[in-house]
Design a binder for this molecule. Structure first.
Ligand SMILES: *Cc1c(COP(=O)(O)O)cnc(C)c1O
Length: 442
């Protein structure tokens, strides 16, 4: 399968090229040239399949031309060695809990899938002994998922850039204590500085001649596409429990609400729908960063600097996957509006929602999931069933959640284990010269 760039100024790429580059040479995002619908028999029997079985069918539709079946099956099985349960919260509203992976982040699936796919390509091509270097800027969650997903993978080295003193202790321990092929760079600056360093590195020709660089943010097709698996699994679980009904046109009454930042997760959901998954409607829920919300209202896309909020993994002022959504809908604002509605909430509203939900249902939302839950409360019709993606374990934001709800959440053992390791990081200032000279010696 070929991949084209959303900017249409670069040649089509193979899957391997798209994964090893991250961004296309014209700064566009890679899109698969075809989105294959899965056959009716797949949807009839989806509720009899395991998460791994249904995901393998989805993975084959995208990657089946480029990866042999046996290897692809192994990649899928290793990536999805945990569950993403649909949990009832109140009448008609369910949480799809995506935080049961190794670092308790939904980004675990994409990160692990990408690591194993890259490893497959490197092994297949024995002539090449060039190391692939993954750069990732993080405000917390992405760094931990990527570092753990790539840990110990031969032929790949990961550099995690994070802002000194601005990442929670738990998150910092998840990527600074690993060693092996993971280097943590502690940047004296803010998250935007880390992201700017990564962007400059991709544009520096001397550095790119010195080492092969790619990105593990959701611009990378191998990071974002596997997130489609979640939507099939949510649908299968609800179908199995008899919660869904169907209109004559085959659409179900299922509304899916996605707390969104860079819009990688929801874009994967839109791909699932294009493959025939009968989702009636999507809601993209945002914190105070309302660029997409405003686009839905006005048709004008106006990126802004990001604002810091309680749901900090969604603090994005220029969502990178917006280009993919435009491409998927041929730039039609009308068609985008017809499939996706928006929501935006200030921190005060996120706090109120967390308290109200806990009081009435006992369910502990994290600040990201709270945006998803609230949008369903406001927008769900009487005959509809709503699922919001609960993207983070509330213990990851323990201080905030304890404070807002007046509780003392238990930190899962898996998270505690990270905190026992010894921190190793390389300190650097936020100038590109320092970063580049460090990489030139690697
Ligand atoms: C990354 C992240 C998001 C946003 O996902 P996008 O794919 O960037 O839209 C939401 N919640 C949490 C907890 C995250 O880590």
């Amino acid at each position: 399968m070929k991949y084209f760039s959303t900017n249409h100024q670069a040649p089509d790429a193979t899957l391997r090229e798209a994964v090893e580059r991250g961004l296309a040479p014209d700064r566009g995002l890679y899109m698969p040239e075809k989105i294959k619908a899965l056959p009716p028999s797949f949807y009839e029997h989806i509720d009899e399949m395991t998460f791994q079985e249904m995901s393998f069918e989805v993975a084959k539709a995208f990657f089946g031309d480029d990866v042999d079946e046996q290897s692809l099956k192994q990649i899928v099985d290793e990536t999805l060695a945990f569950e993403t349960p649909v949990v009832p919260v109140e009448r008609g509203i369910y949480a799809l809990e995506l935080f049961h992976g190794p670092t308790l982040a939904f980004k675990d699936v994409g990160a692990r899938f990408m690591a194993r796919l890259l490893q497959y390509f490197i092994k297949k091509d024995r002539r090449s002994n060039n190391r692939v270097n993954v750069l990732v800027a993080t405000s917390g969650d992405t760094g931990s998922a990527v570092a753990n997903g790539f840990l110990g993978v031969d032929g790949i080295h990961v550099y995690v850039l994070y802002p000194k003193g601005k990442v929670s202790k738990i998150q910092e321990s998840q990527f600074t204590t690993l060693g092996q092929n993971i280097t943590a760079l502690e940047v004296d600056g803010v998250f935007d500085d880390c992201q700017a360093l990564v962007k400059s590195a991709f544009m520096d020709s001397e550095l790119n001649q010195h080492m092969a660089l790619t990105s593990a943010n959701s611009i990378n097709v191998a990071r974002f596409l596997p997130q489609a698996f979640y939507y099939f699994n949510a649908y299968a679980q609800l179908k199995r429990s008899g919660q869904l009904c169907f209109a004559k046109d085959g659409k179900s009454n299922l509304v899916v609400c996605v707390p969104s930042g860079n819009f990688g997760n929801i874009t994967a959901g839109l791909f699932a729908a294009r493959m025939g998954l009968p989702i009636k409607h999507f809601i993209a829920s945002n914190n105070a960063n309302d660029v997409f919300y405003n686009y839905l209202q006005t048709g004008a896309y106006q990126p802004k600097p990001s604002k810091q909020t309680l749901a900090n993994a969604m603090d994005v002022g220029d969502p990178s996957n917006f280009a993919r959504i435009l491409s998927l809908y041929n730039n039609s604002w009308e068609r985008i509006k017809a499939d996706i509605s928006g929501a935006t909430y200030p921190d005060s509203r996120i706090r109120e929602t967390m308290r109200a939900c806990y009081t009435s249902t006992d369910y502990v939302l994290d600040p990201h999931g709270a945006c998803g839950y609230q949008a369903l409360k406001e927008q769900l019709g009487n005959d509809e069933v709503g699922v919001f993606l609960e993207t983070a374990h509330p213990a990851k934001f323990k201080e905030k959640v304890d404070d807002i709800l007046g509780i003392d959440i238990v930190i899962p053992q898996r998270l505690q284990n990270f905190m026992k390791g010894k921190k190793q990081s390389v300190e650097t200032d936020s100038s590109f010269d320092s970063f580049k000279s460090f990489l030139m010696q690697e």
